[in-house]
Write a protein that binds this ligand. Structure first.
Ligand SMILES: Nc1ncnc2c1ncn2[C@@H]1O[C@H](COP(=O)(O)OP(=O)(O)O)[C@@H](O)[C@H]1O
Ligand SMILES: [Mg+2]
Length: 369
């Protein structure tokens, strides 16, 4: 039987927000012999078990009514300034079988991971904002980051660095504009941060403080690594690829959306640390990712893929900055790694099909015995 895969996404008045990727995702699924369509919460008619699904045309999109999918891949991402009130209540309904379970905000994820003694060494200190915490963290760390719990793309992030008797602040606003200033007292820094939180806050989100890592492997830049781990067509976690991101000059973030550029990981690390250290770092990244996803699945249930933002500091220590449950694959395209990009697109579909076949096998088995 032909399998039907629904891909849950956000669709606004101007259409889909990551149309290039979604087009490719549907096309690859069709090539695998599945029926694949995109849909949004507003497209579901639960009472008649029909869904208005979208598929790409040569140019643009077309829609039609579809029967209930065998499995759903949740690719719904929050976009700044868009209305998202439908999503959460919808996602909480037990209407579909999902290939990826729900995840939580960055701060909560940190709290879950930090409980695992094996992961602690890779986690920068992360605490809720308060004046007292800021002051004590700035005593212990040269740099402290202020970040929103639900941010994406490097938005609304402010970095505070001690310098001499004063402080240098570098920020990224909601619109990705860079800001920088020098302040001379901790009282001024607190005021500035509190102001920042008022202006940058969306909805009822919170901000937290994080130990700042020294990521200036390239002078005056923020450099980090993006690693993609995905389940394959046998349900096994695999490392699909890794790339280095180099932020624009004097930017507190490295995100590609904020103007960062990509470099191949191995070559970059060998160049900075030598062959032996580079190999150790790469191995450690892999170990860290596999241990972390296994801990995440214990807590959140079955997952499908993650994009890890990893800090590799100037001493070669590896850190977990952020774990993205709905990661982009653009870094591989930027690196000209087209085969890898395609593999990164195909893996979730292969995994989703594997899940549907798994039930079938189980059912057949129970019919026999
Ligand atoms: N604690 C930190 N120390 C150093 N750099 C950081 C830290 N936190 C974030 N950054 C920089 O900011 C970028 C964006 O932060 P991240 O937590 O990944 O938020 P987003 O969800 O917006 O991508 C990171 O990729 C990294 O370059
Ligand atoms: Mg990130």
């Amino acid at each position: 039987m032909r399998k039907r895969i629904g891909i849950l996404t956000y669709r606004g008045e101007t259409g889909f927000v990551e149309p290039g990727f979604l087009r490719r995702l549907v096309k690859e699924g069709l090539k695998m012999g599945a029926e694949v369509f995109l849909f949004s919460p507003q497209d579901v008619r639960y009472s008649i078990r029909q869904i208005r699904g979208f598929v790409p045309l040569e140019k643009g999109w077309t829609s039609d009514w579809y029967d209930w999918p065998d499995i759903v891949i949740d690719r719904y991402r929050y976009y700044p300034l868009a209305k998202h009130s439908l999503y959460l209540p919808f996602r909480k309904q037990p209407w579909f079988r999902y290939a990826n379970s729900r995840f939580s905000n960055k701060f909560r994820v940190h709290q879950v991971l930090v409980e695992d003694p094996e992961l602690g060494k890779w986690l920068p200190e992360t605490l809720p904002y308060s004046k007292e915490t800021l002051s004590s963290m700035l005593r212990r760390h040269l740099i402290v980051y202020l970040k929103p719990t639900n941010g994406t793309g490097g938005r609304s992030i402010l970095r505070v660095e001690r310098q001499g008797a004063g402080y240098i602040l570098h920020g990224r606003t909601k619109q990705q504009a860079k800001s920088s200033e020098k302040l001379s007292s901790l009282t001024e820094v607190c005021k500035r941060l509190e102001n920042w939180m008022v202006y940058e806050k969306s909805g009822n989100e919170q901000f937290f403080l994080q130990q700042g890592l020294q990521l200036s492997l390239v002078p005056e830049r923020t450099v980090d690594a993006r690693l993609l781990v995905q389940k394959d067509g046998n349900g096994t976690w695999r490392l699909t690829g890794m790339g280095i991101r180099i932020g624009p000059r004097r930017s507190s973030t490295s995100n590609l959306h904020g103007g960062g550029t990509a470099m191949p990981a191995a070559a970059f690390l060998i160049n900075h640390f030598g062959q032996q250290q580079a190999e150790r770092i790469l191995l450690e990244c892999k170990e860290l990712a596999l241990k972390t996803v296994s801990r995440i699945e214990e807590h959140y249930g079955q997952m499908m893929e993650f994009g890890f933002d990893l800090g590799i500091d100037i001493l070669g220590r590896v850190w977990i900055i952020e774990i993205n449950p709905k990661p982009g694959r653009e870094i591989f395209r930027q690196l000209g790694q087209h085969k890898r990009y395609l593999e990164a697109v195909r893996r979730p579909l292969e995994y989703a099909l594997y899940l549907t076949n798994q039930t079938e096998e189980k059912e057949t088995a129970s019919n026999i015995y």
